[in-house]
Design a protein around this ligand. Structure first.
Ligand code: SF4
Ligand code: SF4
Length: 248
């Protein structure tokens, strides 16, 4: 019989008998495909707690594996290997090495939140995907993604000034990700915007880029936010046992 979610099984663990007859009945080929048994010996018993310690992962323990998230998923529809339900299962079981097999596609989540609306247990699978991608970066299993670099420059600017200056965010993002500001599409975008936006707004944007305006009385809020973010980061590093490893 067909094997459900066959793409999740390693090819080497699938055995198909091309010629097999049982009690006179030919069960060759597709009808005699078996999954070989295997033993997993490496576990990360803290894995669920580690993911749950990161923003978005808090409610992963509620999952009851109904699969509604994967059924609703935008990316799963085009890539069956992208499977939030399966990854949540691996995380809850502590199968770290199994999860790492898919480390290069987990970031593909487009945050459409269809899974979140479909989930009957309020797990927020989209949040778990974000937390998992962040976990992979913090653990050093994957490179820092451009989206993380963007989040960082965006947040740093808000923390510093209480305002967003789009031009500065873009410049810093391109610098941090090693991208040239003279890329054709970017030059065309800026030229197109410059020809459409009112002159007064362009002057305002130019001035803001030089003067770097701040929200009045922002210093106190900035310090409080900075302290809170540091506390959250320290808690996450502690949950992932990165503070201990860093001290060794
Ligand atoms: S938010 Fe991510 S995981 Fe959820 S449905 Fe969209 S692409 Fe899939
Ligand atoms: S929809 Fe929710 S409960 Fe169902 S498998 Fe996905 S995360 Fe788990």
């Amino acid at each position: 019989m067909p094997i459900h979610e066959k793409s999740l099984i390693r090819p080497e663990n699938l055995v198909t008998h091309e010629h097999l007859e049982i009690d006179g009945v030919d069960v060759s080929g597709h009808w005699s495909t078996f999954i070989t048994s295997r033993a997993i010996t490496d576990y990360n018993e803290q894995m669920q707690e580690e993911i749950a310690a990161l923003p978005g992962g808090e409610f992963i323990h509620r999952c009851w594996q109904c699969g509604s998230c994967t059924n609703a998923c935008t990316i799963n529809a085009v890539n069956p290997d992208f499977n939030p339900r399966y990854w949540i299962y691996l995380i809850r079981m502590g199968f770290e090495s199994e999860l790492l097999r898919d480390k290069d596609i987990i970031w593909q989540c487009v945050s459409c939140n269809k899974c979140t609306y479909a989930c009957p247990r309020d797990v927020s699978p989209e949040g778990v995907m974000k937390a998992t991608a962040h976990w992979l970066e913090l653990k050093g299993y994957t490179e820092k993604k451009p989206s993380t670099a963007f989040d960082e420059v965006f947040s740093e600017q808000v923390f510093a000034t209480g305002k967003i200056e789009e031009g500065r965010v873009l410049r810093q993002f391109f610098a941090r990700t090693g991208q040239s500001l003279s890329q054709g599409w970017l030059v065309e975008l800026i030229r197109s915007l410059a020809s459409r936006l009112p002159v007064g707004l362009l002057v305002k944007l130019g001035l803001a880029s030089v003067i770097r305006p701040r929200t009045r009385g922002w210093r106190g809020a900035s310090l409080a936010i900075d302290e809170y973010v540091r506390e959250c980061e320290a808690a996450a590093r502690k949950a992932l046992r990165l503070d201990v490893q860093g001290a060794e």
